[in-house]
Ligand binder design. Structure first.
Ligand SMILES: Nc1nc2c(ncn2[C@@H]2O[C@H](COP(=O)(O)OP(=O)(O)OP(=O)(O)O)[C@@H](O)[C@H]2O)c(=O)[nH]1
Ligand SMILES: [Mg+2]
Length: 460
């Protein structure tokens, strides 16, 4: 529910800094500002959207709290669509708390996380994908994530969705004309034409649906899991790629027992690496739990880095690893090449491994450049469509709505095939349009908004 009161929150991160910004939004924002802050040159009437130097005064005691700049932004052309006021004060933690307390004493309420952005959405200043893009922009940790968030903030995804929705609306209008003017001789598209329009639309929706992987990789980074039997050098490989001793390395097989995760920057994207417990047939209780975690990581990974020991013959445990690599994207490392060779790339190939194979020595750091190049190539291949077009869905919420849209469209196609009356087809077409409308928030529910804005920080 949208309560039209006045909210206040620090807009800058907590902690000490040169400047902190306290933001107010709501019908009393400007009045509350006037009660706390006075321009240094008395008698002037500060102009809207101009920074003016003044003093913050605690209304309760009359004590000066800070010398600070104030900006008044009257509705409606503001971020939230309401009256907004900002105080740019010195960035002291105690000072900011005092200013917030004074604003609250003057009638403001502390904002919930994301409440400014939620108001911007509810007042029609931005749609839901644009609101989500703001959170993504703040959280971006790579060039790719930044680009995708900026594109989405500028309306790239909403534009795409709007186009698809418009097409659905026009198909529905044709179906309804068929219902309303059944007896008249109108030049309406035939059933076949409607069916092929729906087919094309479903293809476009499916492409957007598939962009989820690209969007997630661009936003959160690609997940690579390091897989192999015990003692082949998985943890050594992790440490080498990261450039820090992140995981424990010992000569004892079964050293790593839990999933160890860390991330690095890889070109325009982030790579999240997971070192895992070695895959083996017989293991004690702790190790067995570790191995089952290895398999869950594997299930969610985008890439597999399979490690093999070139100084030992392939065995049944290596065969288990090769089996798990079937159909997966990734790179195989033939590690320990500094030792006399026993297993070759050909041996791995004839055992059924289909991935590119990089000769490697974690001990000497040999092969690292080839590995980086190979991983970067694979990740960019996966993320390329999103990076190029700037349009990709990146959230489970988007994917769920597109799923519903696809189901509704295939129901519509089915109804057309079985020569159902136009009313029946129109219901499914409307359901598909509604599902798309959920993505941009034209159709929304309170609990969905709560879930989205909970992720935001206070003051955003
Ligand atoms: N000679 C040589 N030894 C290596 C190389 N890479 C790792 N080792 C050694 O192999 C042993 C096992 O290395 P780890 O990195 O702990 O292997 P792991 O696969 O993580 O082992 P678990 O965690 O037990 O599954 C250690 O003694 C490493 O020093 C390499 O390239 N050459
Ligand atoms: Mg290990």
């Amino acid at each position: 529910m949208y309560v039209q009161d006045t909210i206040v929150a620090p807009a800058t991160a907590p902690g000490q800094g040169a400047v902190a910004i306290v933001r107010l939004s709501g019908p009393r924002a400007l009045a509350i500002l006037d009660s706390l802050w006075k321009p240094l040159r008395s008698g002037i009437k500060p102009e809207p959207r101009k920074m003016v130097l003044g003093e913050i005064i605690d209304p309760a005691t009359g004590a000066i709290l800070d010398r600070a700049i104030a900006v008044r932004m009257p509705a409606p052309r503001t971020f939230t669509g309401e009256d907004v006021a900002e105080l740019h004060c010195h960035g002291g933690m105690y000072l900011v708390r005092r200013i917030l307390a004074a604003a609250m004493a003057a009638g403001a309420r502390m904002a919930e996380p994301g409440e400014f952005t939620r108001r911007a959405f509810l007042n029609g200043r931005i749609d839901l994908t644009e609101a989500e893009a703001i959170a993504d922009l703040v959280a971006a940790r790579s060039e790719g994530a930044l680009r995708l968030a900026l594109g989405q903030m500028a309306g790239a995804l909403s534009g795409k969705i709007a186009k698809l929705r418009d097409q659905l609306v026009s198909i529905r209008a044709h179906l309804e004309a068929e219902i309303d003017f059944a007896d008249e001789d109108l030049d309406l598209p035939s059933r076949g034409e409607i069916a092929s329009s729906i087919g094309r639309l479903a293809d476009d929706v499916a492409i957007l649906h598939q962009s989820f992987v690209v969007g997630r990789i661009t936003r959160e980074g690609a997940r690579a899991v390091i897989l192999g039997k015990p003692n082949v050098g998985k943890s050594s490989v992790l440490n080498l790629i990261l450039g820090v001793e992140r995981a424990i390395v010992t000569a004892v097989p079964g050293t790593t027992r839990d999933v160890i995760e860390d991330s690095i920057q890889l070109g325009p994207l982030q790579l999240v690496l997971q070192d895992t417990a070695g895959v083996r047939e017989r293991a004690d209780e702790v190790e067995s739990i570790g191995i089952s975690r290895t398999f869950s990581s594997l299930a969610e990974a985008d890439l597999v880095l399979a490690v093999f020991d070139s100084a030992r013959p392939l065995d049944a445990e290596d065969a288990m690893v090769i089996e798990r690599c079937r159909g997966r994207s990734g790179v195989a490392l033939l590690n320990k090449r500094d030792l006399p060779p026993v297993t070759s790339a050909e041996n791995l190939r004839s055992a059924g491994l289909a991935m590119p194979i990089v000769p490697f020595s974690a001990l000497r750091g040999e092969g690292l450049e080839s590995l980086r190049t190979e991983i970067a190539r694979l990740v960019e291949e996966m993320a390329a469509p999103g990076l190029a077009s700037g349009v990709a869905i990146s959230r489970e919420r988007h994917r769920a709505s597109l799923d519903r849209a696809l189901k509704a469209l295939s129901a519509a196609q089915e109804s057309l095939r079985s020569a159902m009356p136009p009313e029946i087809v129109a219901v499914d077409v409307a359901a598909a349009a509604d599902a798309l409308g959920e993505i941009t928030g034209e159709i929304h529910r309170e609990d969905i908004l709560d879930a989205i804005f909970r992720e935001f920080c206070i003051g955003k």
